[in-house]
Design a protein around this ligand. Structure first.
Ligand code: AMP
Length: 493
């Protein structure tokens, strides 16, 4: 049997590798942020916003609120619905709040790294929640520590607060501007001060950050910010548009002000938000995600047609693209793999190894739909290839005559340093193997990927506004410490 060189340590015995964590069980998603200003139930709204953003990180969550005099913070490990009981929310009073839901792309998995972080400084008490990854955080931290700053967490986001606290600028907005200009990489940030919310996005606009508005009784306007617009739908806010790359928005007693704090840079929106991360019911970077995903599938069908009986998505990551593929190809769409949505992190496994046990916990095939059929299986990506292989096997064992794997994006060949947990090249099957080798490894009858041009077209990227580094290895910012970033990624595994 063919075994890819670089995967040998993890797959030395594929028959007992069944219970290893599946990629989509590892909660590898990044972070989600939410903020609201001027609402009598700010913390409750933030809770709901985080609830809608839960898919962006399930490791920890936190909310900081302000009643105008004091900042109250609550952070815990776990999921939003479990952390924020009515009692906890009662301890978060005030009309201003920010929230964060996290999966660690930087820093260890401990409560100390849960956000929002807060500090007291000469600008008052401030709290911050961050989505993204600051690529020069290690250098900044070394410098700050040399000058006496004491860090509590290992996450890159704490650096921002220290830079703000240390600034000689007299106003908070001035200190923030000064801090932001020292940061490199990806950041969508929401800050809470006693009487205002400040938000900012990095000049490349890697991660999304949307602005929404709510009309309250009495003619008051309340503003909200969220990683994705699905959070606005739940809290009843209207989507006004994006916080622009390089923009800082302040909402306080004098209303809302918007300013550009950094010079204009080339945009580099993360294309993977459209391919995989964001919810399909969100508008991200101004474009509906479901629309791009269906288009990915349509273009995939045009580029890589195959004679088959049914199109089957890998749920949920391949569903929208499979709908697009099926309608373009004129082949019936069938949900022949059913997902159990309640799979947790831990489970009791039988002492007798069951083949592909891990994937069976998560997915179950509908045999009568698959039996004797030529199947086109659609997913968004192949990372290590181990899950895809188990799913192909599952479909074949359920009676499929042929299994053709179609991937709604180009081969993933490079790690992401801007907030997505794409592993190092040694672990990425496509970084080290040809499509034919991947086909053999996943045991499919054929494998084909969407082209980069197809991906560009699906997200309507006509003015080169997106980052494709995970597919090309071309990073849009200078990464002076790339070896260090790579080593940190490798250590986390
Ligand atoms: P594998 O075959 O082991 O490479 O796993 C592929 C599966 O992982 C696909 O179903 C993808 O949707 C999923 N996947 C891809 N990227 C990520 C990510 N960053 N986080 C979690 N799951 C992912």
């Amino acid at each position: 049997m063919w075994v890819p060189k670089v995967l040998v340590p993890k797959m030395s015995n594929p028959e007992t590798a069944d219970t290893e964590d599946l990629p989509f069980d590892k909660f590898r998603e990044e972070c989600g942020v939410f903020a609201v200003c001027g609402h009598p139930e700010a913390a409750k709204l933030t809770y709901l916003g985080l609830y809608a953003l839960q898919h962006r990180g399930q490791e920890s969550a936190g909310i900081a609120s302000s009643d105008g005099r004091k900042i109250h913070t609550y952070r815990a490990m776990g999921r939003v619905a479990d952390i924020f009981t009515p009692e906890v929310l009662r301890g978060l009073p005030g009309e201003l709040a920010i929230g964060h839901t996290r999966y660690s792309t930087a820093g260890d998995t401990v409560l100390l790294n849960a956000q929002p972080f807060s500090v007291a400084c000469n600008k008052g008490r401030i709290a911050v929640a961050h989505n993204g990854n600051i690529t020069n955080a290690v250098e900044l931290r070394r410098e700050l520590e040399r000058e006496g700053s004491i860090f509590q967490a290992s996450s890159d986001s704490e650096v921002i607060l220290h830079l703000v606290a240390r600034s000689r600028e007299r106003t908070l907005a001035g200190a923030l501007r000064e801090a932001l200009l020292q940061l490199e990489g990806a950041f969508s940030l929401v800050f809470l001060a006693e009487d205002r919310i400040l938000v900012a996005r990095d000049p490349h606009g890697f991660r999304p950050l949307a602005l929404g508005q709510m009309e309250l009784s009495g003619g008051y306007t309340c503003y909200a910010f969220a990683s994705e617009t699905c959070a606005f739908d739940l809290v009843g806010a209207a989507y006004l548009g994006e916080v622009e790359p390089g923009e800082m928005v302040i909402v306080g007693p004098e209303g809302m002000t918007r300013e550009r704090y950094a010079p204009i840079r080339d945009h580099a929106h993360c294309v993977f938000e459209h391919v995989y991360f964001s919810r399909p019911d969100s508008i991200v970077f101004g474009k509906p995600v479901q629309e791009s995903r269906e288009m990915l599938g349509r273009l995939l069908a045009r580029e890589h047609p195959v004679d088959a009986d049914i199109v089957v998505p890998v749920p949920d990551s391949g569903t929208a693209a499979a709908i697009g593929y099926a309608s373009e190809a004129g082949i019936p769409f069938r949900q022949a793999l059913i997902r159990n949505h309640y799979v947790g992190r831990t489970f009791i496994e039988p002492s007798q190894a069951i083949r592909d046990f891990g994937v069976k916990l998560k997915l179950n095939p509908i045999r009568h739909l698959l039996e004797g059929r030529r199947v086109i299986l659609v997913d968004d990506s192949i990372v290590r290839g181990t899950t895809s292989r188990k799913i192909v096997r599952m479909v074949r064992n359920a009676g499929a005559r042929e299994v053709h794997l179609r991937i709604a994006g180009p081969p993933t060949i490079s790690p992401c340093f801007y907030g997505v947990d794409t592993p190092v090249p040694a672990e990425l099957i496509a970084a080290n193997h040809s499509v034919e080798e991947i086909r053999r490894f996943v045991e499919a009858d054929s494998v084909a990927y969407l082209s980069l041009a197809g991906l560009r077209e699906a997200v309507s990227d006509y003015s080169h506004d997106y980052c494709y580094a995970c597919y090309t290895g071309n990073y849009p910012t200078e990464l002076v410490n790339i070896e260090e970033l790579m080593a940190a990624r490798d250590r986390r595994g």
